[in-house]
Design a protein around this ligand. Structure first.
Ligand code: AMP
Length: 383
């Protein structure tokens, strides 16, 4: 197998959303070819790629053909089935590996990995039946959060339990399937660390990023996070343990809860670029997407410095409900960059794009991105 994959080789991407799109943009900048496979046509990634393969992930014959057309495969979401990865890995390297995906695909495995590595986590129990849930709730106490073990993202597949009498309802709401019950964490802040590990084992990171969620969906990210230096250093040290513990080759994001006592708890991992790292696209010397490309191609990892503080605001489909947002007004704010993902259907809650602002201070970056996003509302437009 070739160690270093150089342009004009072709990168294969499993999954075709905005993360793949931004990876594809970076790959094309560096002269790589890009092919993408997913069930969707005219996808955010497909619009940038040289070739869009429209196939179900379990169409292993198509997956094998796809793998033979590319030089390395990476993925932009973690729920690619193991059989798909195995079929592809017969022909080309798949990075991060099947093992990393396997752990990240299932909250019970993920949390058990954290616990086995000695990483700090909220008390949790894996539960497979409603009876087991009852026992677990008695041990963990209320309030608690019940999450499906598989296929959860952006708060989908989770529900809060405030009282033992909620157990039956909560279990049915999540569809009578294996779950993880975890203690509710009254956190002060949410943080993430986006990091990368190369084929040579080198570890790089973008420092601690501060995240603000609305309705369980990321709303704002701010870098560097407004936390004491010791907290940021600890977050990076924990991220390093995760990437090294999983022997990751690629980009991985670790999400944390910061408690009032300054203690960090690991919440979850995403073995790919992460929404909180989108600000690196405009603000870092090497974006998280170029870093993914470099890592999976066996190239030296790039400089992760952010020359200026940055803030990012997500643009959800909600913004389109009164018509096309007022882009020109937002772009008049200094230091603001617009990213749209090429999605035709602006549904409520759907991630359609984001704005990034850089500025001399964190406060100014936050103020700029907030001002820019508020200007998008049609009702604000002075006619
Ligand atoms: P997750 O899908 O696990 O990242 O959860 C999405 C969001 O729900 C998190 O970013 C938190 O804002 C919230 N959340 C998840 N788990 C907990 C918890 N155990 N305690 C408090 N809030 C939580």
């Amino acid at each position: 197998m070739k160690e270093t994959i150089l342009p004009p080789a072709t990168i294969g991407i499993l999954g075709s959303g905005q993360l793949g799109r931004m990876l594809a943009i970076e790959a094309r900048k560096m002269g790589y070819g890009v092919q993408v496979l997913s069930p969707d046509r005219n996808s955010p990634t497909g619009q940038i790629a040289d070739k869009e393969w429209v196939a179900a992930y379990d169409d292993l014959e198509r997956v094998r053909q796809f793998a033979q057309a590319v030089d390395v495969i990476t993925h932009e979401f973690e729920n690619v089935p193991a059989a798909t990865v195995d079929a592809a890995a017969d022909f080309v390297p798949v990075r991060p590996s099947r093992h990393v995906l396997h752990v990240a695909q299932n909250r019970a495995r993920e949390k058990s990995f954290f616990a086995a590595e000695g990483l700090p986590v909220a008390p949790f129990r894996a539960v497979e039946t409603v009876e087991a849930l009852r026992v677990a709730l008695a041990e963990i106490g209320t309030p608690a959060i019940l999450k499906t073990a598989a296929f959860g993202y952006d708060g989908k597949g989770q529900t809060r339990i405030d009282d033992a009498s909620d157990v039956e309802d909560a279990w049915q709401t999540l569809g009578d399937q294996p779950c993880v019950l975890e203690a509710f964490v009254p956190f002060e802040r949410e943080l993430s660390v986006v990091a990368a590990r190369g084929m040579d084992g080198r570890f790089v990171h973008y420092g601690a990023i501060e995240n603000d969620h609305q309705n369980h969906i990321l709303d704002f990210s701010i870098a560097p996070a407004r936390v004491p230096e010791a907290v940021a250093t600890q977050a990076v040290a924990l991220a390093r343990e995760v990437l090294e513990g999983l022997a990751v080759v690629g980009v991985l994001c670790v999400e944390y809860f910061l408690q009032g006592d300054g203690i960090l708890l690991v919440n979850e991992i995403a073995p790919r670029p992460h929404n909180s790292g989108h600000l690196t696209f405009d603000a870092a010397i090497t974006s998280q997407f170029e870093q993914q490309l470099r890592a999976v191609c066996g190239l030296p990892l790039g400089d992760t410095t952010l020359p200026r503080p940055a803030a990012m605001a997500n643009l959800l489909g909600d913004l389109w409900q009164q018509g096309e947002p007022a882009w020109a007004r937002a772009l008049a704010v200094p230091g603001v960059k617009l990213h749209l993902y090429g999605k035709a259907d602006a549904r409520v809650g759907r991630k359609m794009g984001h704005l990034t602002a850089t500025a001399p201070t964190v406060e100014e970056a936050v103020a700029r991105v907030q001002e820019a996003r508020s200007r998008l509302q049609r009702s604000d437009v002075a006619e």
